[in-house]
Design a protein around this ligand. Structure first.
Ligand SMILES: Cc1cc2nc3c(=O)[nH]c(=O)nc-3n(C[C@H](O)[C@H](O)[C@H](O)COP(=O)(O)OP(=O)(O)OC[C@H]3O[C@@H](n4cnc5c(N)ncnc54)[C@H](O)[C@@H]3O)c2cc1C
Length: 416
C-alpha cells in the first residue's frame, strides 16, 4: 500500500501512545513516536514487574462507574475499544491471557516485556519511526495550520496532527520528575495538580513484627475505613501496607482489618472452643483458623499481653483489628497519579478544543481509578479513540483543500 504523505507525531511510548500509533499507522498514515527516555514503555515494564494486570472482568456498561468523572465521558471510549477488544488485541499479538480469581485478567507470563516487544515490532512493521531521548518541551500551531513540536535538544519538527500520551506523575525518579505540564500551563490549558493514587500508607509497626512479616502477604482480609470496605490481599512493607484494599479504601485515619472475613465472631469462637486440648488463645487461633503467618504475627506483636490471654477479646480483635494509617506514600511510590489535563479541555474525539489536531490520551488526563487493570484499560481505550480522532481529523483536512480549490475554480468561473 502506498503511504499517504500525512505526518503524525505520537509523543510518549506507554500503552496509550502505542495504541494511538497502532490505530493511525494501521490506516496507512506515517507515524513518528517521540520518547524522552532511551527505550519505549518504561512504566509498562515496571507494571509488569508485579504481575501485569491488563483489564478486569466486568459488564461493559459497568466500566464507566469505576472511574472518576462523568460516565458520559467514558461510555463512548469503552464502546469504541472495549475490554474484549483489548484482550483480542493481545491475543492477536501472540500472547495468552488468563483470568485470576479476583476477576483480573493477566498476560500469561505476568510480565510486560513480551507484550511490549511484540507490540513495538508490529508497529515497526507498520512503518512507525522511533525517536528516543527526545523530550518534547513545546508545541505550537502555525497560521497555516501546521503543528510544530520542539525538543530539549533544540530540534523542531512539523506535523499535521499530534497525539500526546505523556503519562502521569507516579513512580518517576525524584531527580527527574515529569515536566510536560509546563507545555500546557503556558497555553492556559486547564490542569489539576498531581496527587498520589493507588499508593500504600505508612503504619508504625513494631520492629519485632516487621522482622517476621516484612514482604509477607496478609491474604484474604477485609479493610474497612470511612471510605468503605474492600476484600483482598495486602503486603506488609518496611513502612506499612500496600495492596488493592489499601488503594481502594485507604485513608489517613484508624482503619480496621477483618483477618477472617469468611467467619463471624460467633462461628470463630465455636470453632476455637470445640477442642478439649489445653491451648492458650493464640495457639488455638494458630491451630484452627489457618491464618497467614503475617496475620498471626500482627495479632501476636500488636496486641496487649492481657488481651492475648483472653480468647473472646482476641477474636473480637482479629475481626476488627485497628491500624492507624499515618501517611499516604508519595507520588514516587504510587502506582498512579490523580490529576492532569482537565477533561473539559477535550472535544469528543480526545482533541484539545483550543488546538484542533492536538489529541491527548492516557494517564496524563485528569481521571482516576483503582488498580485491577482499569488503568491500562483506560489508557489503551483512550489511545484508540485519539488514534481514530486523528484519522478523521486528517481526512477532513484532506478534503478541505479540494473544496477550497473547487471554490477557487467556481470563483474564477464567476469572474470570467
Ligand atoms: C509499580 C506499578 C505497577 C502497575 N501495575 C499496573 C497493572 O498491573 N495494571 C494496570 O492497569 N496498570 C498498572 N500500572 C499503571 C500503568 O502502568 C499506567 O497507568 C500506564 O502505564 C499509563 O500509560 P500511559 O500511556 O498513559 O503513560 P506512561 O506509560 O506513563 O507513558 C508515558 C510516556 O511518555 C513519556 N514522556 C513523558 N514526558 C515526555 C516528554 N516531554 N517528551 C517525550 N516523552 C515524554 C514517558 O517517558 C513515558 O514513556 C502500574 C504502575 C506502576 C508504577
Amino acid at each position: 500500500m502506498s503511504k499517504s504523505p500525512l505526518q503524525v507525531a505520537v509523543v510518549g511510548s506507554g500503552p496509550a501512545a502505542l495504541m494511538a500509533a497502532d490505530v493511525i499507522s494501521s490506516a496507512g498514515l506515517n507515524v513518528t513516536v517521540f520518547e524522552r527516555r532511551p527505550t519505549a514503555g518504561r512504566k509498562l515494564l515496571i507494571a509488569g514487574s508485579s504481575g501485569l494486570n491488563v483489564t478486569f472482568e466486568l459488564p461493559l456498561e459497568d466500566f464507566p462507574s469505576r472511574y472518576s468523572g462523568d460516565p458520559n465521558f467514558w461510555k463512548p471510549i469503552f464502546s469504541s475499544f472495549s475490554p474484549n477488544d483489548w484482550l483480542e488485541f493481545i491475543h492477536r499479538l501472540g500472547l495468552k491471557t488468563f483470568k485470576g480469581t479476583s476477576h483480573r485478567y493477566f498476560v500469561e507470563d505476568m510480565k510486560a516485556a513480551r507484550l511490549l516487544t511484540l507490540w513495538t515490532e508490529k508497529l515497526s512493521r507498520q512503518n512507525v519511526q522511533w525517536l528516543f531521548d527526545k523530550r518534547c518541551s513545546h508545541f505550537q500551531k502555525s497560521p497555516t495550520g501546521e503543528l510544530g513540536l520542539s525538543f530539549d535538544d533544540g530540534t523542531h519538527f512539523t506535523f499535521q496532527a499530534i497525539v500526546f500520551a505523556l503519562g502521569g506523575a507516579s513512580w518517576e525518579p525524584t531527580h527527574d520528575p515529569v515536566q510536560w505540564p509546563r507545555m500546557f500551563l503556558r497555553k492556559k490549558i486547564g490542569f489539576t495538580p498531581f496527587t498520589a493514587s493507588n499508593c500504600g500508607f505508612s503504619i508504625q509497626f513494631k520492629p519485632e513484627f516487621l522482622k517476621e512479616a516484612e514482604g509477607q502477604p496478609l491474604k484474604n482480609v477485609t479493610l474497612t475505613s470511612s471510605k468503605g470496605s474492600q476484600l483482598g490481599d495486602l503486603v506488609v512493607t518496611s513502612y506499612g501496607l500496600e495492596g488493592t484494599p489499601v488503594y481502594a479504601v485507604g485513608a489517613e485515619e484508624t482503619v480496621f482489618l477483618d483477618l477472617k472475613p469468611d467467619l463471624s465472631e460467633k462461628d470463630i469462637l465455636k470453632k476455637l472452643n470445640r477442642t478439649t486440648e489445653n491451648l492458650n488463645p493464640i495457639r488455638r487461633i494458630k491451630k484452627f483458623l489457618k491464618l497467614s503467618p503475617a496475620a498471626l504475627a500482627l495479632i501476636y506483636h500488636h496486641t496487649s499481653q492481657e488481651d492475648l490471654k483472653d480468647l473472646t477479646q482476641l477474636v473480637q480483635r482479629l475481626k476488627k483489628f485497628p491500624l492507624k494509617f499515618e501517611q499516604r506514600q508519595g507520588l514516587e511510590w504510587a502506582i498512579s497519579s490523580a490529576g492532569g489535563i482537565k477533561l473539559e479541555e477535550l472535544d469528543s474525539q480526545m482533541a484539545l478544543k483550543k488546538f484542533p489536531g492536538v489529541f491527548l490520551a492516557g494517564e496524563m488526563l485528569d481521571w482516576d481509578t483503582v488498580t485491577g487493570g482499569f488503568l491500562i484499560q483506560a489508557c489503551v481505550s483512550q489511545g484508540f479513540c485519539a488514534g481514530q480522532g486523528v484519522i478523521s481529523y486528517l481526512s477532513n483536512l484532506r478534503q478541505q483543500p479540494k473544496s477550497d480549490s473547487s471554490n477557487q475554480r467556481r470563483n474564477s468561473r464567476t469572474k470570467k
